[in-house]
Unconditional design. Structure first.
Length: 292
């Protein structure tokens, strides 16, 4: 089993360095720097019909889209302590461990729910707690490329596992110690899209291709002072622009949501990120989209 090694970005220094031209990062990057459906209030693991047997063994049926688990209790877990993973050819298991206020291993997992967001190739686990010692981690296993921990506007957290290959997923909870387990098996239909990444911003939706009008832009960022800008341009002309403040930027990633209503049709470019504090240049990602 491998254990994540965590790191902290010096965000203000990063924000004050010289800017660079925005680049599209639809393909998984090879480096990584130092949110939306409501969390479930279920207090026991959801049950379905007959357990299935696959690469990850017996358990609830695995799925490729929608809800993939719920459970947990309002126990002694106060903070995400670690995320570890184990990989085998037929199965990958990711474990979220929790600690108490005294930094001891928690005996129970917090209330949680989980969704497979296939449109962005993300398995998201919502957690009813506010503290984390984990912010993000490059994984690059057979199925998962990277992991992010982000804060929602209500201060609760979620953990995103970004896939790079089709998979089936199942999420469950364990006690003594308290853990949340994500099991992944290769399989299912082809992924519909991939999130876009830059040093301080992740765009979950939209992904490359056709978009609806108005266009909702969602993701998380660690831009300076949590400022996040979204802009749709076409042929050098700005069709619409908006900005917001993300839910965090100091302790971990912060969720954001923006809506743009451009007047235009055909190929266009969506920029999401920030403007350099030094020279005002754009820093973030550019996604090729198609307006109806």
């Amino acid at each position: 089993m491998r254990k994540l090694h965590f790191f902290t970005l010096t965000l203000i220094v990063a924000a004050c360095t010289s800017g660079s031209e925005p680049t599209s990062t639809q393909a998984p990057a090879t480096s990584l720097p130092t949110t939306s459906l409501p969390a479930s209030t279920t207090t026991s693991v959801a049950t379905t019909t007959t357990p299935e047997v696959g690469g990850c063994g017996e358990g609830e049926p695995m799925t490729e889209d929608g809800e993939v688990g719920a459970g947990g209790t309002s126990g002694d877990a106060e903070q995400i302590g670690a995320i570890t993973w184990e990989t085998k050819p037929e199965c990958e298991v990711f474990t979220i461990d929790f600690v108490t206020a005294q930094a001891a291993p928690a005996t129970s997992a917090p209330t949680m729910s989980a969704d497979f967001i296939r449109s962005s190739a993300v398995v998201r686990i919502y957690l009813d707690l506010e503290a984390t010692s984990v912010t993000d981690q490059l994984v690059q296993s057979g199925l998962v490329d990277r992991v992010y921990v982000a804060r929602r506007p209500d201060r609760s957290l979620f953990v995103d596992f970004h896939l790079v290959a089709p998979a089936l997923a199942r999420v469950s909870v364990a006690e003594s110690p308290g853990q949340v387990l994500l099991e992944l098996e290769p399989g299912g239909s082809e992924l519909e899209g991939l999130a876009a990444f830059a040093q301080n911003v992740v765009v979950i939706s939209p992904t490359t291709g056709p978009v609806e009008i108005p266009t909702e832009i969602t993701g998380y960022s660690r831009n300076f002072e949590a400022n996040t800008i979204a802009r749709i341009s076409q042929g050098g002309s700005v069709l619409d622009e908006n900005f917001t403040t993300a839910a965090d930027w100091v302790e971990t990633w912060g969720e954001y949501s923006l809506t743009l209503d451009p007047a235009g049709t055909g190929d266009a470019q969506l920029f999401v990120g920030e403007q350099s504090a030094q020279d005002g240049s754009d820093r973030g990602v550019v996604i090729d989209i198609e307006l109806p």
